[in-house]
Design a protein around this ligand. Structure first.
Ligand code: CP
Length: 328
């Protein structure tokens, strides 16, 4: 891995496999069955200029589980960016205070711009509609664990990505990550106007994957192994889109009826969360909450070991952690 984690583009399959193995090694520490203080004295700068629950808190918890401390800034209001400070100056200043930085920002490319000015590792915690690479890594880690439980393999799997594929940064990172592996079948279902960017689709196809695009979930998906659904990101809509879009059709809702009638007993359902529970949002339905096929909370739990693995790799403390995990 390079000195930052900004995009899946910087990762090879070997890097990804290594990170996933490392994440599995972190599980006992993530669950506090074993303890390491390997990052004692180190400080994480957690800079979130867009709303977040999971990414901000799980990066914070992962750093603390490794013995480090965290400085948090949330929103522009309480940062000097509200007074017109540039990304460059903020970056130079923060790199004098911290050993690593996680940043979320509403503008695509802004985290890379910030990273170019710093001396410490930077992790992209989501740059507008761009990418969210740590989410994709924890998603793949989850798929791998679920497939092991179900006796399935990633090679040849059928993955359905649905929802807002245009603005959903998690699906941009996930499809790039999946494309590093053996050919699989990927079905993309998005409301008109919210399709996956064509350059991303073209790249995945050029790597030998079979990609189909549809406008509705009203089909037979009995051979689908993973349904990955995402929230419609209305906060990123233009005024014109807001007027034309209105209420999302129930045709895009993943619920118990969809899973029972169109999928199978071994289809798993994932979502990066948050899911929108407001009337008319028609996001992933709560009627699946007690269904074992719903993997969303196993997915969120996996965020801790995967983010610990990212820190261990970027801060080069893997060997010290292995030493701490050795039986005495
Ligand atoms: N999945 C995700 O990025 O969640 P948050 O927006 O809560 O961080």
């Amino acid at each position: 891995m390079s000195s930052h984690l900004l995009s899946i583009d910087s990762l090879s399959r070997d890097h990804v496999d290594h990170l996933l193995r490392l994440a599995a090694r972190m599980e006992p520490i993530a669950q506090r069955r074993q303890v390491t203080r390997v990052l004692e004295g180190a400080v994480l700068g957690n800079l979130f200029f867009e709303a977040s629950t999971r990414t901000r808190v799980s990066f914070n918890a992962a750093f603390c589980r490794l013995g480090g401390s965290v400085c948090d800034t949330t929103g522009f209001t309480f940062s000097s960016m509200a007074k017109g400070e540039s990304l460059y100056d903020t970056s130079r200043v923060m790199s004098g205070y911290c050993d690593a930085i996680v940043m979320r920002h509403p503008d695509q490319g802004s985290v890379a711009e910030f990273a170019a000015a710093t001396h410490v590792p930077v992790i992209n915690g989501g740059d507008g509609p761009g990418e969210h690479p740590s989410q994709a890594l924890l998603d793949l880690y989850t798929i791998d664990k679920e497939f092991t439980r179900l006796g399935k393999k990633l090679a040849g799997a059928h993955v359905l990505l649905t929802g807002d594929l245009k603005y959903g940064r998690t699906v941009h990172s996930l499809i790039k990550l999946l494309s590093l592996y053996e050919p699989m079948r990927i079905t993309l279902v998005a409301p008109p106007g919210l399709e996956m960017p064509s350059q991303v689709v073209d790249r995945v196809v050029s790597r030998g994957h079979r990609v189909e695009q549809r406008e509705s979930l009203a089909s037979d998906f009995a051979d689908v192994d993973v349904v990955y659904t995402t929230r419609i990101q209305k906060e990123r809509f233009t005024e014109e889109m807001n007027e034309s879009f209105g209420v999302l059709s129930r045709d895009f809702t993943v619920d118990r009826a969809f899973l029972d009638q169109r999928c199978s007993d071994t289809t798993i359902v994932m979502h990066p969360l948050p899911r929108d529970s407001r009337p008319g949002a028609n996001d992933l339905d709560v009627d699946l909450n007690s269904d074992p096929r719903l993997a969303i909370f196993r997915q969120t739990d996996n965020g801790i070991p995967v983010r610990m693995a990212i820190f261990a790799s970027l801060l080069a403390v893997e060997e010290q952690i292995e030493h701490d995990l050795r039986p005495v």
